[in-house]
Design a binder for this molecule. Structure first.
Ligand code: NAI
Length: 261
């Protein structure tokens, strides 16, 4: 019987949604490895979470900087987890993501490649490394990819982002197909409009703009996404794999419809 807490790796953990996921996992008794490209932010998040009264005695938190799009960095993160926690993670949350707000006609190859490398290649590299370690140790596991409503719908001026998130939808299904025999479940969460420091800067009034479009008449919080992570990571979800769960207040369930119809 396992006596230690279960261990999660969250990528892009210093950001709005990633830090919300990490906080909820820690509150729920998980040990957490926090990965982010931004070394200073992820280190200060570790300090905040370790001293914030959230942790039960014995909870372990580690900050590990690294670029999800670089194979070498991903391998180093998993090696550091092994050194620090002396075990393989039970849960991987592929959350790191970026976008370039530009029309297709103006998007440079460099911008396209950076977004695809971070969002899609990063998800692949971490998924492969997590699964290789789990299979080698004959350990089951859960992978949760953070997609978007644009897994299935094209958002304007986000061609790079749309393509990467559409890819995540198929990567989720392919990985679920191949890793199921190793008792590794792979699912995706597609958030709607979630309030983070990044998104607040995107629209004049982010809350009003998106809550009026959302059937539940509010925008989401990182804690809403984190609640879905807990749900999919739980053993009660042990027969759920290859799926995408919208956490969007119903936003992307609706068709475009003429006004005053
Ligand atoms: P954010 O910008 O606050 O956080 C992203 C984090 O990823 C940052 O801390 C950043 O340093 C890190 N990061 C960027 N490139 C990296 C790399 N190469 N390696 C490691 N870390 C890297 O963004 P937010 O809003 O928290 O989004 C998190 C995820 O949720 C993203 O995948 C995003 O596409 C997705 N999402 C967010 C929505 C929202 O409304 N906030 C809606 C739908 C999806």
């Amino acid at each position: 019987m396992k006596t230690e807490n279960r261990l999660a790796l969250v990528t892009g953990a210093a950001g709005g949604i990633g830090s919300g996921i990490a906080r909820t996992l820690i509150q729920s008794g998980w040990d957490v490895a926090l990965n982010d490209l931004n070394s200073a932010s992820v280190t200060s998040l570790k300090e905040e979470l370790s001293s914030g009264g959230l942790t039960k005695a014995g909870t372990q938190i580690e900050a590990l900087s690294g670029d999800v799009s670089k194979e070498e960095d991903v391998e180093l993160v998993f090696e550091a987890i092994n050194d620090r926690f002396n075990r393989v993670p039970d849960l991987l949350v592929n959350n790191a993501g970026i976008q370039t707000w530009k029309p297709l006609l103006e998007l440079s190859l460099q911008e396209w490649e950076r977004t695809l490398a971070t969002n899609l290649t990063g998800c692949f590299l971490n998924t492969r490394c997590f699964a290789q370690h789990a299979v080698k140790n004959k350990q089951s596991g859960v992978i949760i990819n953070i997609g978007s409503g644009c897994n299935k719908l094209a958002f304007p001026n986000l061609v790079d982002y749309n393509a990467s998130k559409g890819g995540i939808e198929m990567l989720t299904k392919s990985a679920a197909l191949e890793l199921g025999m190793h008792n590794i479940r792979v699912n995706c969460i597609a958030p709607g409009a979630i309030e983070t420091p990044r998104t607040q800067g995107e629209a004049g009034d982010y809350q009003a703009s998106w809550s009026s479009l959302t059937p539940l008449r509010r925008i989401g919080q990182p804690s809403d996404v984190a609640a879905a992570v807990l749900l999919l990571a739980d053993d009660s979800a042990s027969f759920i794999s290859g799926q995408t769960l919208g956490v969007d207040g119903g936003l992307f369930a609706q068709a475009i419809w003429p006004e005053n119809y």
